[in-house]
Design a protein around this ligand. Structure first.
Ligand SMILES: [Zn+2]
Length: 248
């Protein structure tokens, strides 16, 4: 079987002298690994486009069932320019791409993840200083889109709608909110101010350029970070520790 698709390069590695493996997020098939035989030498077939973060058009032969997929040809659609010369921006981009690599994204979920990842990379290439929360918010949104959405619209105990200015709680093990009347104690109950809650809902429902964390107070930003980090760790079993992701 042979197919052609758009893909983002998530990770690249070498094996033997001239061959490479490439982890891709493809628009239709999701996350998969392809082998680029002669990849580190053949500029004609791969035209130097096998770098992390590049958007490529790829022609692939083989099936997952057959054991491996071989990259026949690739051409560059969009490379990273500014990101490659800016350590902070590149770090945020790599963080997002590494997270995608860990998830088993396939089939119908692939298109949404691909589009979101492209939007994040475009945002990181732009003039505005990127939000340091961006990679964390990306994790929340991807987790939500992959079926792990935290419920942020009402109290999971009494059903009251979250419309007030009061501080609510996020119950980690329940994956949802407790209103001020249903307050809980314990390590799974994380505080969430009204503004933080509203912001996390925006992240779930809107494009990344609208995720403007600068309108939050630093304490609210920290709340958002704590909730997302704990949520991803608890429900997806993935933790970000000492500069790398770890399965927990
Ligand atoms: Zn309640």
């Amino acid at each position: 079987m042979e197919w052609t698709d758009k893909a983002l390069v998530l990770h690249v590695g070498r094996f033997r002298e001239a061959d490479m493996w490439v982890r891709l997020l493809t628009r239709r098939q999701g996350v998969l690994t392809v082998f680029a035989f002669g990849g580190s030498r053949s500029r004609r077939r791969f035209c130097g486009c096998l770098d992390i973060g590049n958007s490529i058009l790829c022609r692939v032969k083989g099936t997952r069932a057959a054991g491996y997929l071989a990259l026949q040809e690739a051409s560059l659609l969009q490379g990273l320019r500014r990101l490659r010369t800016d350590g902070q921006r590149l770090g945020l981009a790599v963080n997002c791409l590494r997270f995608l690599e860990l998830l088993d994204i396939q089939g119908e979920e692939a298109h949404g993840a691909f589009t979101l990842a492209e939007e994040i990379l475009r945002l990181l290439e732009e003039e505005l200083p990127p939000s340091p929360l961006l990679a964390l918010l990306f994790r929340l949104r991807i987790a939500s889109d992959q079926g792990f959405a935290p419920f942020l619209h009402g109290c999971v105990r009494c059903g009251r709608q979250a419309r007030t200015e009061e501080a609510w709680q996020f119950l980690l093990d329940r994956g949802g909110l407790f209103c001020p009347d249903c307050r809980a104690t314990g390590r799974y109950a994380l505080e969430l101010a009204a503004a933080s809650l509203e912001f996390l809902r925006t992240v779930q429902n809107s494009a990344p350029f609208l995720w403007d964390a600068s309108r939050l107070h630093p304490a609210e930003r920290r709340q958002c970070g704590r909730v997302v980090d704990a949520f991803v760790q608890y429900h997806l079993g993935i933790a970000w520790e000492e500069g790398r992701f770890r399965r927990v």
